[in-house]
Design a protein around this ligand. Structure first.
Ligand code: ZN
Length: 499
């Protein structure tokens, strides 16, 4: 058994520490506070194994007191709530005011210690808990689970600089309310179901007919604000609306704006919550005019925006680099960054994992003020460790992922051609980790995570889940090192500096 040295801390007459036991991580509490937690009380003198001796020695060294007993507490949601009530730094916090913020979604709930070790001392605020409803459904976890995993990681690493919790890509009032009730400090409102994309591609005559049905008062106030005007956005750039195009923008985005205003007024307004508005999950690229209109309307109607996620030019597929011309991206992104800076919120980049070719531009063109979300890439790093350390398990997972790809494609879009993935029977154990450097293989493994984690054997027990968790528990040091390297490469290219 090992004790995590950073986790040893005192509160009044009580001593706390986290330890790695055969059954996974656990919390040990000595002194009066043990009454506050659920767990198993053990008498220290009666247990003479190295197990209790190590714990009591550490407690005695920290406090100068001898303890007759302690409580070994499982890392449950309930116990994490007690920790949050006693140690304020373990509570998620809003991140307004921090220039660089990064979402580090942790699908397995095991990656946060690696993320913390990496970002400690860097000028970046981490959103350690970040899950969308889709990810919760696919992994079989809840917001309580996701937040508890972050709380335990923060406590274990004694990370006191603050972190956020993002209810990611939420669509409805009930979803947002639930995430806030669970303690999320950031809400990313996905407006895609209210974006009327059909008007982006419609014939102008159809647009004009629909536009004519809008209330006259609304139309004239819009036109007075936006038409025949120029809006400077800094650096000599300006936004102008051409009438036919403006009508389209109004039709495409009005309902999304109404939705964002109603969620903000109903649930966010009287809180400190970071509010991100996402208009990225659509088919068409967000034009500068559309971005400006959405932002200006939200602000005019009193919404305090922390960040907006437009849909940028090019393709942001999961787990692989940007697809498209980097120079074209830079031209497009520069305008969005200027609009965000003009209004004072941050531009947010979704599906940000592994977009190495555009990271330098994101850092530079925003002047180091942006939000970026990464998620599944730490799952791929977990698989890289499994490929290196548990080749037999990796082979099973790999084969399963390919067989179940059609099902996963219902939730995620990836490149159609996967014929360049080498047949696993022709690959030696030593070469298995190389699959994690291969774009098509990465994508297949990236999008099948839910099926891999949730699949059951005929008798109802998990097919892979427990074996994956125990492999990562066994090889935790390798996993945390892999994460530090991989996410470290992201931060280096983004230009994140030391504090
Ligand atoms: Zn998104």
């Amino acid at each position: 058994m090992t004790i995590y040295p950073a986790s040893i801390q005192t509160r009044g007459d009580s001593v706390y520490m986290m330890a790695d036991t055969a059954g996974g991580n656990a919390l040990a509490v000595f002194g009066p506070d043990m009454e506050l937690f659920e767990g198993e009380r053990i008498s220290l003198p009666e247990k003479v194994s190295g197990y209790t001796n190590t714990l009591s020695a550490a407690a005695a060294q920290k406090s100068g007191k001898e303890f007759a007993d302690c409580k070994i507490c499982p890392l449950t949601v309930e116990n994490s709530k007690v920790i949050r009530s006693l140690f304020d730094y373990t509570n998620p916090k809003p991140h307004k005011g921090h220039d660089v913020t990064i979402g580090l979604g942790d699908r397995l709930g095991l990656a946060s210690p690696g993320h913390i070790r990496l970002i400690r001392g860097l000028d970046v605020f981490p959103v350690l808990a970040q899950q969308s409803m889709r990810e919760l459904n696919l992994t079989g976890r809840t917001y309580d689970d996701v937040l508890a995993a972050a709380v335990w990681a923060v406590f274990r690493e004694n990370y006191t600089d603050g972190y956020g919790a993002d209810g990611d890509h939420l669509k409805t009032h009930d979803e947002v309310k639930h995430a806030l009730d669970c303690g999320c400090t950031m809400i990313t409102l996905d407006c895609s179901e209210h974006i009327r994309n059909e008007y982006a591609a419609a014939q102008q005559s159809a647009v004009d007919v629909q536009y004519a049905t809008l209330p006259g008062g609304l139309v004239s106030s819009f036109e007075e604000i936006y038409l025949k005007k120029t809006f400077p956005i800094g650096g000599g750039s300006e936004i102008m609306f051409e009438e036919a195009d403006f009508r389209r923008i109004v039709l495409v985005y009005s309902a999304a704006i109404d939705h964002a205003v109603s969620i903000f007024d109903g649930l966010i307004k009287r809180t400190q919550t970071d509010f991100e508005v996402s208009i990225d999950e659509t088919l068409s690229v967000t034009t500068p005019q559309a971005h400006f209109f959405v932002a200006n309307e939200l602000i005019r109607r009193g919404v305090d925006i922390t960040s907006i996620a437009p849909r940028f030019i090019g393709e942001f597929q999961k787990g692989i680099d940007y697809i498209g011309e980097v120079t074209e991206f830079e031209r497009d992104f520069a305008v969005h960054a200027k609009i965000a800076a003009h209004f004072g919120y941050k531009v947010s980049v979704h599906s940000g994992s592994d977009k190495f070719s555009i990271f330098p531009a994101i850092g530079r063109l925003t002047d180091g003020r942006y939000h970026i979300k990464t998620a599944g890439t730490n799952w791929l790093e977990a698989l890289r460790v499994i490929a290196a350390k548990e080749p037999k398990l990796y082979r099973e997972i790999h084969t399963f992922a390919l067989e179940n790809l059609p099902e996963a494609r219902k939730y995620y879009t990836i490149t159609d051609d996967i014929s360049d993935i080498a047949d696993i029977d022709s690959v030696t154990d030593a070469d298995l980790p190389a699959y994690l450097n291969h774009d098509s293989a990465r994508q297949v493994l990236h999008i099948t995570y839910g099926l891999i984690l949730q699949s059951k054997t005929p008798d109802g027990s998990p097919l892979f889940r427990s074996r994956i968790y125990s492999a990562l528990h066994k090889h935790e040091a390798d996993y945390l090192t892999a994460l530090e390297q991989h996410i470290g490469k992201h931060l280096g290219l983004l230009g994140v500096r030391e504090k």
